[in-house]
Design a protein around this ligand. Structure first.
Ligand code: PLP
Length: 393
């Protein structure tokens, strides 16, 4: 008994030390409690705020049509899926959604995953082994980095969007399997990856290109089919496409889309596919409804109009931050403390914009990350511009 206590208290001392370090570095993170549905006017810690920080870009997370589909499906299919896809968890709505996502992305097949994190781990560990090389943009999402780590391949991180550095790394890498992994739209600044040039390099070096379009699908491209569509790239250019459903689609889950053989290989060997419970079928049904809304394009048009207004407003205010043409906007402020202070000052005005700090972004580039939604009105955008002009100047 005493031994157990001693063990617990040494663990506690370790945890307390870690927390002290985090606090001292301005990196301590806290959670706020949201009441009611996700949206642009949530009640957080008992107070209604105007939110510019969710990834629900199209306002589908609590859209009436999506909710209704979820409710009906819960009556029909229950709540839990009960098992993994390979046991008895693969229900009709999962399969239909996979077929519809394949069609949406113009690929032979799509495979559902429980989260984007797991989809990326599946891609890394299926395509790469110890003798191989993963080449990753420095700004890639943590789950893409972990995908390479889990695969045990050699990991090369090239400077953000630096195709020359990537070319050099490719020349120097062993001629075994090489996969270039990149975000389509970078999650922390909204920038579009140079996919056309990455494709050229991949083809020239016999490497495979994998694009995680978590923030592009539903938002980017002439018909919302994502970053690949905006470059006119297809399966032959980018054999691996990863999408998430918890962002523009407003629901939950993720998918990988590619060739028949590739998808079948994932089903056979990807541990984060095999050894986990399938998404609830009602979530798949809700996502089918949100996919139809994504395809109608109406919400994307609305979002892009708000983005245009925001960009114009920033220009008029002379706030010269790297502007994105899409939903995510970064205001890089430097130290974690500066970013936190700016976020607090916006909060005083009832505006919710989080401070993004290391390790989510590189040291010295702590920032405010603003995201716009199709549900924001022109007035909301103007309110944000007014607050930013006071806080950032
Ligand atoms: C959010 C995100 C993920 C993770 O997706 P989840 O479904 O939330 O696990 C993966 N990649 C990128 C680029 C993301 O932004």
């Amino acid at each position: 008994m005493r031994k157990v206590q001693a063990h617990t208290s040494s663990l506690d001392a370790y945890a307390a030390g870690l927390l002290t370090e985090r606090r001292a570095a301005g990196l301590y993170r806290t959670r706020s409690i949201l009441e009611g549905p996700q949206g642009i006017r949530p009640f957080i810690d008992g107070r209604q705020v105007l939110s510019f920080c969710s990834n629900d870009y199209l306002g589908l997370a609590s859209h009436p049509t999506v909710r209704r589909a979820f409710q009906l499906a819960a009556d029909r299919y229950g709540v839990g899926s009960g098992a993994s896809h390979l046991i008895t968890g693969h229900a009709r709505p999962h399969h239909q959604l996979e077929e519809e996502l394949a069609e949406f992305t113009g690929r032979p097949r799509a495979l559902l995953f429980s989260t984007g994190y797991m989809a990326n781990l599946a891609v890394g560990s299926t395509l790469l082994g110890r003798a191989d090389t993963a080449l990753e943009d420095r700004f890639n999402h943590a789950s893409l980095i972990d995908a390479a780590l889990m695969s045990r391949a050699r990991l090369v991180r090239y400077p953000h969007a630096d195709v020359n550095a990537l070319a050099l790394a490719l020349q120097r890498s062993a001629p075994s399997r090489r996969v270039i992994l990149t975000d389509g739209i970078f999650s922390m600044d909204g920038g579009l990856a140079p996919l056309d040039r990455l494709r050229d390099l991949a083809l020239a070096h016999g490497a495979w290109l994998a694009v995680d379009d978590a923030h592009g699908l539903g938002v980017v491209g002439p018909t919302g089919r994502g970053s690949l569509e905006s470059f006119g790239l297809t399966l032959g250019d980018v054999p691996v496409l990863i999408g998430t459903l918890g962002k523009a689609f407003g629901t939950f889950g993720a998918f990988v889309a590619g060739s028949d053989h590739f998808i079948d290989a994932l089903i056979q060997v990807a541990r984060t596919y095999i050894y986990t419970t399938a998404l609830p079928p009602a979530v798949a049904e809700a996502t089918r409804a949100s996919l139809r809304l994504v395809q109608s394009g109406e919400r994307r048009t609305q979002l892009l109009a708000r983005v245009e207004r925001f960009r114009r407003g920033l220009r008029e205010l002379g706030l010269s931050f790297a502007p994105s043409a899409f939903a995510i906007h970064a205001f890089v402020l430097g130290s974690p403390q500066r970013a936190l202070l700016a976020s607090e000052r916006l909060a005083e005005r009832g505006i919710l914009v989080p401070a993004i700090r290391p390790p989510t972004v590189p040291a010295g580039s702590s920032r405010l990350r603003v995201t716009l939604s199709a549900d924001h009105t022109d007035e909301h955008v103007d309110q944000l511009l007014d607050a930013l002009s006071r806080v950032l100047t």
